[in-house]
Design a protein around this ligand. Structure first.
Ligand SMILES: [Zn+2]
Length: 138
């Protein structure tokens, strides 16, 4: 079932079972500073959303994230609204730690009609690599 979902996302290419996590900093069209964008298999999460016909997200400033960004939680902020006010229309995901793996799933936008992105993910990351990157954010 999950493999079928992953094939559907990528147009026929089967992804490895473990995804590669990264963080990048890119300029924001509205906020005149660099914002943090999660990378999944080298692809910015904003582009994954564009594949699902939703270009209305952008990266977030460090101060838009909570004290423990990208740590496990039921509804963790992973992208902000493209207007520059992250909390205006954020994308949240459920982040769970499972042994040596971190899983992102249950992507949804709590505001603005509450769209759920069931077809996005789950993504699995190597926990050690993931935590190293996330800890650098403080
Ligand atoms: Zn907005």
């Amino acid at each position: 079932m999950e493999e079928k979902q992953q094939r559907a996302q990528t147009g026929g290419i089967t992804l490895p079972r473990v995804n590669e996590f990264g963080l990048t900093f890119e300029p924001h069209d509205v906020v005149h500073e660099d914002v943090i964008v999660p990378l999944i298999d080298g692809v910015p999460l904003t582009e994954w959303l564009e594949l699902h016909d939703d270009p209305s997200f952008s990266g977030v400033r460090r101060e838009d994230l909570d004290a423990e960004p990208f740590r496990p939680g039921k509804a963790k902020l992973v992208l902000g609204c493209d207007c520059g006010i992250a909390s205006c229309g954020p994308l949240v995901a459920r982040i769970t730690a499972d042994g040596t793996t971190i899983v992102w799933d249950s992507f949804r936008r709590p505001h603005r009609g509450g769209r759920v992105y069931d077809e996005l993910g789950p993504f699995r990351f190597d926990r050690a690599d993931y935590e190293k990157l996330v800890l650098e954010l403080g």
